[in-house]
Each structure stands twice: as C-alpha cells, then as structure tokens.
Design a protein around this ligand. Structure first.
Ligand SMILES: NC(=O)c1ccc[n+]([C@@H]2O[C@H](COP(=O)([O-])OP(=O)(O)OC[C@H]3O[C@@H](n4cnc5c(N)ncnc54)[C@H](O)[C@@H]3O)[C@@H](O)[C@H]2O)c1
Length: 461
C-alpha cells in the first residue's frame, strides 16, 4: 500500500470511528474547551441527586462481552427490571434477553435491527436508566440520546475519546438533569477501596503522588476479526498514538486525591509513547500476509507514559500498554508524607512518626491487620455476595449494586459526570501531547469553575 493510500484509508477509518476531533489537533480543542468552560452550564451536576426510584426500568445498549455480564448481574439486584435490550448483533441481543427469561423475569423488548436501532428503543420504551457497553465511538451519541430521552446514562470506559464528545456529554447531562456516570469498576476493587478508606482516615498523610496504569497483554485480540473486542479496538491502534484506555488506573487514584471535586484539579499533562512494534508482530503471527491487518501501520506506541501535574502540585504517572508481553498491572499506587500504598502485589509502607523506617508489609499475614482495621465498609457489606457473583473479582457487582442503590435512594452517584469526563480526557490530551513532542496540554475545566462545590467522595456504605 502506498503512503497516500495508507493516509486516505486512515482518514476514512477515522471518520468511521468518529475521531474527527483528534485529527483537528490541540489548538482547536483547547480553544473550544476554554470557550466552553467559560459558558455557564444549564445546571451544575457535581452533587446531583435524582428523585428516588422505587423500581428501576433499565435498558441496555451493547450486550457483547461486557454488557452481557452487566445484564446478568443487574438481574441479581433488588428493585431492578431489565425491560429492553439493544445490540446490533441479533445473537448478542437474543442471548441477553434469554438470560432475563432464564432468571424468571419477563422477556425484555429486543432491538437488534442494526447500529441505529437504539433510537427506536429510546423512542418506544420508557426507561429510567440505560447502560451502554458498545465500542468507544458509540458512547457519546448513545449516551446523549439516552439522556435526551429522559433516562440516566451509565457508560462504559472511557466515557468518550475526543474532547468534543466529552463536552457534549457534560452539556447534555447539565441540560437534561440526568446522571451521566462513567462506570469505572476499578474504583470498587477491594484494594482500591481499602486505599480510599486509609487515605480518608489520613493514614498516609499529605498526598503527593499517584500511579495508575492499564498494562494488560491484549495481543490475542489481533485474531478477533469479525466479533469480540478486537473486532473494533484494533483499529484504534492504527489511528491514534497516546493513552487509549487511562481510566482503570487513574480513576481510583483521582478519587483518593479528590481531583475535580473539592480538593484539587487536574492541571496539565505531558505524554510520550515508545515505538509501536508489537501489534504488527502479533498480526504477522496470527493472520495471513495478505490480511488487511498485515497491510496497515500500527502507530500507537506499545507503551505510553503520561505525567500529570495537579493544581496543588501533586504528580500522577499514567501508563498504557496492551501490546507487550508483560504481567498485568494497574499500578494502583498512592504516596503521601506518612506512607505509600502500592499494588501488584499489594504492599503497605507506613511511617506514622516520620522516623524513616525502611520497611513495608507484604505477606498475607502482615497485611491481615491492615484489612482488619481499614477494610472499606462497602466491601464488608456486599463483598461476599460480590465475590460469589464474580466479574473482575467482584468489583463489577459492587459498582452495579451502588448504581442501583443510589438510584433507588435518590443519592448522588459515586462518580459524577465531571470525573468521568476528566479521567477520559487523558485519551485526547495524551494524543495531542505525543503528537507535539511531549508538549504540556491543559485539562479543560469541565465543571466550569465549580469543582470546589462538591466534596471528595467519602467512605460510602
Ligand atoms: N470496565 C471494564 O472492566 C471493561 C471490560 C471490557 C470492556 N469494557 C468496555 O465495554 C465496552 C464494550 O466492550 P466489549 O468488550 O463488550 O466489546 P464487544 O465487542 O464484546 O461488545 C460490544 C457490543 O456492542 C454491540 N454494538 C456495536 N455497535 C452497536 C450499536 N451501534 N448499537 C448497539 N450495539 C452495538 C456489538 O454487536 C457487541 O455485541 C467498551 O467501551 C469497553 O472499553 C470495559
């Protein structure tokens, strides 16, 4: 393929994946963001709580690998009725509809007539909330349509991939008065909850630095051509160079630091990518030489490292590598003046009196008293049920349980729209920084100056 052909193919793919704003570059995004941040929003959603719902009429858009798990777990929650299911793949929709019937529930309405059929579902079925687990390009249009139809929107990660789309979700949430929560399940991991509880108790002192990552060898997705996540996710590696998936590592640390709510703000980011070798090698190994995946360039660096500086001067390292043969890690590390909590493996270094003791707790035996004293109460309340239900060690269940609980009790969501927006903004901001040789990029203030009005997330139970 010639360079010109390759470039025009890339432009075509970008438009198919809805990546126009990325192609537009930083200057336009930055001025758009500054201008948008200076406009007053229809209503500030930081602590937004909707009227309590006795029962929740729930709809789903996207019931593939992820969405089908959400359907099965939501069927276990009190007061939740799964009333509509939409997936452009009729088999995926039918399988989740069957799961409802198998669970002894009424058959949901099914919408499986292609990629736009979610609009028919939103028109025909009155829904309190919609869970969206589709490929990234669909998150913003489907989230916006759900809120405009009067439903609360719960979106998979990242909330969207461009600053324009992220702003559009924020604007729509404010205009419609509907929740728009990005479902960052890792905020409900047992260790992440433990760390949050310890941070809120002041155990590690003044926070200085955090580390989060998504390092997960997903090269197996190169063989997923017609179905599965690889079917749509691989194309992003041919079009974008930056952190494509920042929120699993970043979200929990950002909550610990109270970023975008009450304590501190994301200020700027610099980002660098390593060479991109692994995807092409994986394609060569699993696909014939004339396969389109062997006829394209992979531009996303195998490892992307970003450094973020906050308003209070704290630092965060955020990494993304789904291509190298490496052990899984989300890093999940938070440092303060009196200690550091680190994961993969779990280690706790505490120096409450500032004596400079160079030791840490790591064995199960050493950590048992830490869990005894600081286990997050939410884990105590639903941890056992969550472990039995499964789904990333139980954190999916705890997240969905909290969503149902907050909706049924008229409480604010644990993650507000501005948090999902700023965590996801690392995608486009890192891409721009990489493209500009590591130049610092400013985070938009999605709260439009109102971030101090919302307290950091407490220790909810
Ligand atoms: N939080 C987590 O731990 C986690 C884990 C896996 C995936 N995810 C996220 O979940 C989302 C879905 O990922 P997945 O692994 O389930 O992918 P998948 O490809 O298995 O499923 C996506 C489903 O969406 C359907 N779909 C595509 N376009 C559609 C449209 N316009 N309307 C209706 N349905 C449509 C597909 O047919 C498919 O069934 C992604 O955003 C991904 O990042 C999150």
């Amino acid at each position: 393929m010639t360079e010109n052909n390759s470039a025009s193919r890339r432009e075509l793919l970008k438009s198919v994946l809805g990546l126009g704003a990325v192609a537009g570059g930083l200057a336009s995004c930055a001025s758009t963001s500054a201008e948008r941040a200076s406009r007053s929003g229809a209503q500030y959603m930081g602590d937004f709580a909707a009227p309590a719902l006795d029962r929740i009429r729930l709809g789903f858009i996207g019931t593939g690998l992820r969405g089908s798990g959400h359907v099965r777990q939501m069927l276990m929650m009190d007061g939740v009725d799964v009333v509509a299911i939409c997936d452009s793949n009729p088999k995926a929709a039918a399988s989740s509809a069957k799961a409802c019937v198998d669970a002894g529930r009424a058959a949901p309405a099914v919408y499986d007539r292609g990629e736009e059929d979610y609009k028919r579902m939103l028109e025909e079925v009155e829904l309190d909330a919609v869970l969206i687990a589709t490929p990234w390009r669909w998150h913003a249009p489907q989230g916006i349509a759900a809120m405009e139809a009067g439903a609360h929107a719960f979106l998979e990660v990242p909330i969207a991939t461009t600053l324009d789309e992220i702003w559009a979700l924020v604007d729509t949430s404010e205009a419609t008065g509907r929740h728009c929560m990005m479902m960052e399940n890792c905020c409900y991991g047992r260790n992440e909850l433990l760390f949050l509880n310890m941070v809120r108790k002041g155990v590690i002192g003044e926070l200085t630095h955090g580390e989060g990552a998504y390092i997960h060898d997903l090269r197996g997705q190169m063989a997923e051509v017609d179905i599965g996540e690889g079917n749509w996710r691989v194309a992003h590696h041919t079009l974008r160079d930056g952190n494509l998936y920042p929120t699993h590592g970043l979200g929990p640390i950002a909550q610990m630091m109270g970023l975008e709510r009450g304590t501190d703000r994301f200020e700027r980011i610099v980002s660098f990518s390593s060479p991109a070798f692994g995807r092409a090698l994986a394609a060569q190994r699993v696909l014939p030489p004339d396969h389109p995946r062997n006829q394209t360039n992979y531009i996303c660096g195998d490892m992307n490292s970003s450094l973020i500086k906050t308003k209070l001067g704290r630092t965060l390292l955020v990494q993304h590598d789904v291509t190298s043969p490496r052990p899984y890690t989300r890093l999940n590390t938070i440092s303060g003046t009196r200690g550091t909590l680190a994961d993969y493996p779990l280690r706790v270094a505490l120096d409450p009196e500032g004596k400079g003791a160079h030791s840490w707790l790591q064995s199960e035996e050493q950590l048992a008293p830490v869990f005894k004293e600081h286990e997050h109460p939410l884990y105590g309340r639903v941890g056992e049920e969550a472990r039995k239900a499964g789904g990333h060690g139980g954190m999916d269940f705890i997240m969905l349980w909290r969503i149902a609980y907050c909706l049924r009790n008229g409480l604010p969501m644990d993650q507000n729209v501005y948090e999902g927006a700023s965590w996801s903004a690392v995608c486009p901001l890192s891409e721009t920084s990489v493209a500009k040789g590591g130049n610092p990029q400013l985070f938009p203030d999605f709260t439009r100056g109102r971030w101090q009005e919302t307290k950091p997330l407490g220790v909810v139970s």
